[in-house]
Write a protein that binds this ligand. Sequence first.
Ligand SMILES: Cc1cc2nc3c(=O)[nH]c(=O)nc-3n(C[C@H](O)[C@H](O)[C@H](O)COP(=O)(O)OP(=O)(O)OC[C@H]3O[C@@H](n4cnc5c(N)ncnc54)[C@H](O)[C@@H]3O)c2cc1C
Length: 341
Amino acid sequence: METILVLTHTDEPGAALTKASLEAVTAARSLSEQTNASLTIGIVGPGTAAADSLASLGARILAVNGEAFAQARYATDAAACEALCHAAQPTLVIVAAGSRFARVAAGVAYRMGGCIDTHITSIGADVPVRVTRWFYRQRIEATLTRTSRPWFLLLDAGTHAAFSGAPAPVNVEQVAVPLPALRTTVVGLRAPAQDAQTIRPDAQLLFVAGAGWTKKQPDGQIHAAEAGTIILDFLHNTGASLGSSKSLVDQGGEGEPVLPFLTHMNQVGQTGSTPRHAKGLSTCCHGEEPHVVGWRFIGERRAISLDPNCGWTRGKADVVYVADAFKVMQKVNELLASSKT
Ligand SMILES: Cc1cc2nc3c(=O)[nH]c(=O)nc-3n(C[C@H](O)[C@H](O)[C@H](O)COP(=O)(O)OP(=O)(O)OC[C@H]3O[C@@H](n4cnc5c(N)ncnc54)[C@H](O)[C@@H]3O)c2cc1C
């Protein structure tokens, strides 16, 4: 029978577990319930407050606490995770794949003499345990099983609901970690302003801009500057994540009008990304297959296009507005602004 350890960490203030951590807890609880495997949660962070949110789980809780563990740093995070593994002696280690633990998980697996698989999307309750992950830009889904233990599973964020339960005081077993030599001093965190960072994996909504925004409009003119203002206003009002078609981000190289805040990092599709969001709104995009394949994990799809025969209307979107996106989005921005006042 497997022994499961979930490696989690707190958010920046240290008061709560990160969303990715709580998603890993959900996956582990489900596996533990279905297979009767023992479940231990390991928490890394400055204090014990975050553990109370796991009270209803009824699992053993181990923690590595202290100011040195408040912020992300390879040496301290790897030492903390290794100590939690030694304390729990797991056969399966489920790790929340946020940026903080994604970079230490392979190192910890090596120190524990285990093996690791990344980008895990589901963990099945079979014997032996089977996991799934995607290959080749999410076109091939593989089912894997391994005999070597401990087996580290880096669970992709957004694949499970975040665990939530009534908070209550819980017994937390402290795991002592001798501090390793520290060559890195964390002096603070710098994040881009909300408008500067347009790719937001945690956003509810994906907003996709297509090449139509910079094409000649019915008045015979190009309105790229106006398009930029409309799109940024919408992102500012909603916190949506910004995606793009390939045609739009490629235009810069051809000397055509561009939206300066878009890069190839925003590109969604076969040769771009495959983001996960509850909803998606495509604007001025034709909805061709190489683009829409990147919408595989978008729950509800809507599109605004002038073309009544575009790919979206041919069954790729749930709702299509055959309309001028400039007019529609201006109206939407007005409504959003008035709802805020
Ligand atoms: C191997 C390969 C890989 C590819 N990978 C990708 C990929 O990863 N991602 C990707 O996006 N594409 C990819 N493509 C390209 C893809 O096939 C399309 O060419 C591209 O998605 C088209 O982008 P678009 O719809 O924005 O532009 P267009 O085809 O130019 O469509 C613009 C649309 O905007 C509409 N429009 C114009 N003005 C307005 C307005 N005012 N209001 C509303 N609608 C308006 C027009 O009616 C038109 O439908 C790939 C192609 C190949 C061959």
